[in-house]
Design a protein around this ligand. Structure first.
Ligand code: 13P
Ligand code: SF4
Length: 328
């Protein structure tokens, strides 16, 4: 067995029932499988826990299992490892990155902070451990507005890296945070014209929007929220149709939890590509999950000096979220 290109390179034995074998290996290894809502359907269906970034961080901090297999992207694995350094944290394909995290290199962010002294630094969880180590408090899309509001109105704040989430928070809270100019390639691809056309064609359809989307999409939304919040809205709503402006993996849980409702993935600007799929999230396959459990690899490692700094703003996020009643 070798680990190359970010994942275990080993043949899958012929004729095995991959799903059964994954469940057997999971028991044998005393592992817990966590999956983000953007994962492939078959991965979501095998997971012990499915959640948004906040829920996954919270679960990683709490689990007793010695092995966490995190079916998500690299920064999610890093967050789990930072919160549970004594555990083996495995991401079945370490090359599952994030265009938003990549839009904020740590050395450039450090210079930005130095050029703007006296600011509290608030970073979205979609960042590298090195960026978190430069941060005062981490947020996710589930708690960002409330955490920013927990600071005095005149607090000078740097917010990174998502310009859309940052501008959304500024508009909701009346703050004037300095916002890093980063973005996610999936959430910036939606076409407002096509979304409005879809709404015209589907009378009472509600528009659900992740805050990583740009303003023209956010302002037509019936609900702006994290993946978890959008799912919750769909379950609670009396409406029967929804246009979903986020990564299309979330539709699986929406459909499962609301069998009588219709969910329409919002189309991207370029009709020829599957831009509303996160190519990084979709790198995790059943084969890679199987091999990662079989060989307990590849493991996420975070440099101890970075982890010692990064754990502080992540724990602060969990503490504030608990105090605000956002998590139990
Ligand atoms: P959530 O925290 O809303 O699940 O978002 C994670 C993410 O990567 C959005 O693109
Ligand atoms: Fe990153 Fe965007 Fe993929 Fe989320 S959807 S993991 S922000 S690239």
């Amino acid at each position: 067995m070798t680990v190359e290109k970010g994942y275990v390179q080993a043949p899958i034995p012929q004729g095995i029932d991959l799903k059964q074998e994954i469940l057997r290996l999971k028991q044998e290894r005393n592992a817990v499988i966590m999956a983000h809502y953007y994962q492939r359907e078959e991965i979501q269906d095998l997971a012990d826990y499915i959640g948004d970034s906040l829920a996954l961080a919270q679960l990683a901090a709490r689990t007793d299992a010695p092995v966490i297999v995190l079916c998500g992207v690299h920064f999610m694995g890093e967050t789990a490892k930072i919160l549970s350094p004594e555990k083996k944290v495995i991401v079945p394909d370490l090359s599952a990155g994030c265009s938003l995290a990549d839009s904020c290199p740590a050395d450039e962010f450090k210079k930005y902070i130095e050029d703007n002294p006296g600011h509290t630094v608030i970073s979205y969880v979609n960042t590298s451990a090195a960026v978190k180590a430069l941060t005062d408090v981490v947020v996710t899309s589930s708690n960002a507005v409330q955490i920013v509001e927990s600071f005095p109105q005149d607090e000078k704040i740097i917010f990174g890296p998502d310009r859309n989430l940052g501008n959304y928070i500024n508009s909701l809270t009346g703050r004037n945070m300095k916002v890093w100019d980063g973005a996610c390639h999936v959430h910036e691809q939606f076409s407002i014209e096509k979304i409005l056309k879809l709404r015209d064609e589907n009378g009472d359809a509600k528009i659900l929007v992740h805050p990583e989307c740009p303003k023209p999409i956010r302002i037509v939304a019936d609900k702006v929220g994290s993946t978890q919040a959008l799912l919750h809205y769909a379950v609670e709503s009396d409406s029967k149709k929804f246009i979903v402006c986020t990564e299309s993996g979330i539709l699986h849980q929406m459909q499962k939890q609301c069998p009588g409702k219709t969910f329409i993935p919002a189309p991207p600007e370029d009709g020829t590509c599957a831009c509303n799929e996160c190519n990084f999230m979709k790198l995790i396959t059943l084969e890679k999950l199987y091999n990662s459990l079989k060989y307990l690899a590849p493991e996420i490692e975070v440099e101890p000096q970075i982890a010692a700094k990064a754990v502080i703003p992540i724990r602060r996020m969990l503490d504030i979220s608990q105090k605000l009643g956002l998590i139990k």
